[in-house]
Design a protein around this ligand. Structure first.
Ligand code: 13P
Length: 256
């Protein structure tokens, strides 16, 4: 983390878990566990149907609501899709785009992810843009090339002013839901490279100001070491965001 230049962000990704009726009790538990003086911004990215409940329950403990995906279209005949305008109206301040599960199961490509990030920015929602390599790519020593491509494609056409409202999340696919965390050195190396790509695209100042998160089996035990790395500005947390005590422990780990 480097609080002098950028925000620390702890974001949970509930994926397709929890229920609307469970939001209030979850948040009551979380409220009890969270430190009074939080050293970071906290977000919970829920299924779209839970966003209004999260906005309501998160108000007095300053937890923002986020979505997990958005349509690239503004509105119209796109059955099943949720637009950026609808997310905004429901109260979302953030939205994940390009998660590896969407890339893998819904065949999302980098061009689509770019369009989605731009659709969010047009409505003032912060995109949390996910990038990450597979195990094969890591073993073939293609990690940095792959990540560079993903970052460049995702940010295409996004201005330096808009970049200030973007968050990048580095999530190595092999570390998601597997219990295998990247070592803090591996995570730092890639997050530093991501900042380097952004520096080349936008210059030193914008690169210094962008928050880069790590995601992939982050938990209460490994969070402190990961967050101590200079280019890791927070976490995108799956499994451990489903339990209030575990999620709060990660928030506390920013207090170093
Ligand atoms: P886990 O923390 O469960 O590995 O999930 C990470 C993730 O995919 C967050 O977006």
């Amino acid at each position: 983390m480097n609080r002098k230049y950028r925000k620390t962000v702890i974001a949970g990704n509930w994926k397709m878990n929890q229920l609307v009726s469970g939001v209030k009790p979850f948040m009551e538990e979380l409220k009890k566990e969270l430190p009074q003086n939080k050293q970071c911004d906290i977000v919970l990215c829920t299924p779209a149907v839970m966003i209004p409940a999260m906005v309501k329950a998160g108000k007095d403990c300053k937890v923002a609501a986020g979505g997990q995906d958005v349509s690239k279209y503004e509105k119209g005949a796109y059955t099943g899709e949720v637009s950026a305008d609808q997310l905004l109206d429901a109260g979302a301040k953030y939205c994940i785009v390009g998660h590896s599960e969407r890339r893998q199961y819904h065949h999302e490509d980098d061009m689509l992810i770019n369009a989605k990030a731009r659709a969010l920015l047009a409505k003032g929602i912060t995109p949390i843009i996910c990038v990450g390599e597979s195990l094969e790519q890591r073993e073939m020593d293609l990690t940095i090339e792959h990540i560079t491509y993903q970052v460049k494609a995702a940010l295409y056409g996004i201005s330096a002013t808009e970049l200030r409202h973007c968050i990048i999340a580095y999530e190595p696919i092999w570390a998601i839901g597997t219990g295998k965390t990247a070592t803090s050195e591996q995570a730092q190396e890639v997050c530093e490279a991501i900042r380097g790509v952004i520096r080349k695209m936008y210059g030193a100042r914008p690169a210094r100001a962008v928050s880069i998160l790590y995601g992939g089996s982050m938990n209460a035990k490994n969070a402190e070491e990961l967050l101590a790395q200079p280019d890791i500005d927070g976490g995108l947390i799956g499994g451990a965001s489903l339990k209030p005590a575990d999620f709060a422990a990660i928030v506390k780990a920013t207090d170093q």
